[in-house]
Design a protein around this ligand. Sequence first.
Ligand SMILES: N[C@@H](CCC(=O)N[C@@H](CS)C(=O)NCC(=O)O)C(=O)O
Ligand SMILES: *[C@@H]1O[C@H](CO)[C@@H](O)[C@H](O)[C@H]1NC(C)=O
Ligand SMILES: *[C@@H]1O[C@H](CO)[C@@H](O)[C@H](O)[C@H]1NC(C)=O
Ligand SMILES: *[C@@H]1O[C@H](CO)[C@@H](O)[C@H](O)[C@H]1NC(C)=O
Length: 322
Amino acid sequence: MRRVNGVALLSRAVVCMGSSTAVGGATQQRLVQAAMLNTCSISNPLWFTRRLGDHFGLSKPSVSCGAGGHVCFSSNATSLAQEVHAQDKFLPKDVELYQYEACPFCNKVRAFLDYYKIPYKVMEVNPISKKEIKWSDYKKVPILKVDGEQMVDSSDIIDKLFQRINPENNVVNGEEEKKWRGWVDNHLVHVLSPNIYRTASEALESFDYITSHGNFSLYERIVAKYTGAAAMYFVSKKLKKKHNITDERAALYEAAETWVDALKGRQFLGGSNPNLADLAAFGVLRPIRHLKSGKDMVENTRIGEWYTRMESSVGESARIEA
Ligand SMILES: N[C@@H](CCC(=O)N[C@@H](CS)C(=O)NCC(=O)O)C(=O)O
Ligand SMILES: *[C@@H]1O[C@H](CO)[C@@H](O)[C@H](O)[C@H]1NC(C)=O
Ligand SMILES: *[C@@H]1O[C@H](CO)[C@@H](O)[C@H](O)[C@H]1NC(C)=O
Ligand SMILES: *[C@@H]1O[C@H](CO)[C@@H](O)[C@H](O)[C@H]1NC(C)=O
């Protein structure tokens, strides 16, 4: 079995938003990078359990074939008109998502694909070897392959797909939607890491999810779980400083309340149906929802009702077996 230094492993395994992490000292820097990645490496138990029973959901009546010409493969009669409509416009034959299961950016893309009922295969990338994406010049995840065409960067991927689903829609999405998509990428995501590694037990809980849902070898999994949890507990304290967070839970609750305020009493930011900002916020929160930080957030803020609406609106995963 390959010997892998724990810190080196981590810095590879958990590299997310790495470019924004320059802090003095090579080891420290790698650790901070590791920490950043971990925003990315939050696992998604909801997703996981959902798949087991009923993957596809494609033959069931879909509850999320709502407005906007969503791609919908439901055989339910009421959605047939939309189905035909959408299939006219965008019906890719082969969609492959290269991802880390716990990465918030990957979760954003999945939330979009699930909502629009675009069947996709998942290629879970090993964060250490990354051999599954050796074919690509782009070295991060998510990468989406749509009938052979490579798309990178979660927001760009979503923009491209949205364009194809709504080709006649030349109107750029609303300012509000744009603003809040930016808020998700630039603020919400940064609040997550310090929270999921806040205490030793939360750090272990997080790494348990990350390693059990990622594509790790058994050896990597054990090393990553324990060294990762220990390192991230300390590194998350540095991250707090970097993002000017003094009380990480307060920052999380504040972000949740900020989001609910932005809804201004509407069901979704998009009104009666989710828009891309709703899908982005939901996507990045989904992996932490069943960790302690996510439970605390739902118990202590008003975000729960929106989150539950999003769950039923996004519906079952459109993932299919590779
Ligand atoms: N802006 C990109 C960020 C993607 C990103 O940072 N991905 C991380 C994982 S969450 C990554 O692949 N890091 C490099 C690595 O793991 O080596 C996006 O939105 O897709
Ligand atoms: C189709 O689905 C809707 C709700 O999604 C349901 O009310 C309706 O009864 C279903 N129709 C059929 C024919 O299954
Ligand atoms: C995990 O990695 C292996 C080896 O690269 C690959 O064959 C497999 O498909 C990956 N697992 C998943 C779920 O994508
Ligand atoms: C944090 O605060 C410092 C000083 O108050 C400021 O220079 C820096 O830009 C802030 N950083 C962020 C990410 O807001």
